[in-house]
Ligand binder design. Structure first.
Ligand code: FES
Length: 152
């Protein structure tokens, strides 16, 4: 196995080297200072670490660097316009969906990926997409109201 891997993060070319069994989450947080992706369970269960890889929302805590050759990685930072919020963030903000906020970047990533794949997604489809994004505060009702604002 080569000890280098090349991919893009939020449009910028990156070369990771060293231990390529490391999870993408730690590379993003520790080497690129992209701390929007959160460490929750570390086991691919909670969705706090979600990023978009080649158009799909994935858990970065169980995505090894070696698997990313040529990949297009986007984090919540890359989904956030310089001058404000994207539509998903606007909807979540309008409904005051965040309580502690720890799960929110993962939710933004998952819903953004789903709407990019299907701009006409229904609320039910968006809820299904969030099946693996856990909110321990129990803010799900407000999140669902935000999804209503986004769905068709
Ligand atoms: Fe990655 Fe929970 S921290 S799924």
């Amino acid at each position: 196995m080569t000890d280098r891997v090349n991919f893009t993060v939020n449009g910028q070319t990156r070369e990771a080297e060293g231990d390529l069994k490391r999870a993408l989450l730690f590379y993003l947080r520790d080497e690129l200072a992209l701390t929007g992706s959160k460490y929750g369970c570390g086991q691919g269960i909670c969705g706090a670490c979600r990023v978009i890889v080649n158009g799909r929302a994935v858990n970065s805590c169980d995505t090894p660097l070696w698997s990313l050759e040529g990949a297009d990685v986007r984090t919540v930072e890359g989904l956030t316009p310089n001058d404000g919020l994207n539509p998903v963030q606007q909807a979540l903000s309008a409904e005051n969906a965040a309580q502690c906020g720890y799960c929110m970047s993962g939710i933004v990533v998952t819903v953004t990926a789903e709407l990019e794949a299907d701009p006409q997604a229904s609320t039910e489809k968006l809820i299904a997409a969030l099946d693996s994004n856990l909110c321990r505060c129990g803010a799900h009702v407000r999140v669902i109201r935000a999804l209503d604002r986004l769905s068709h």
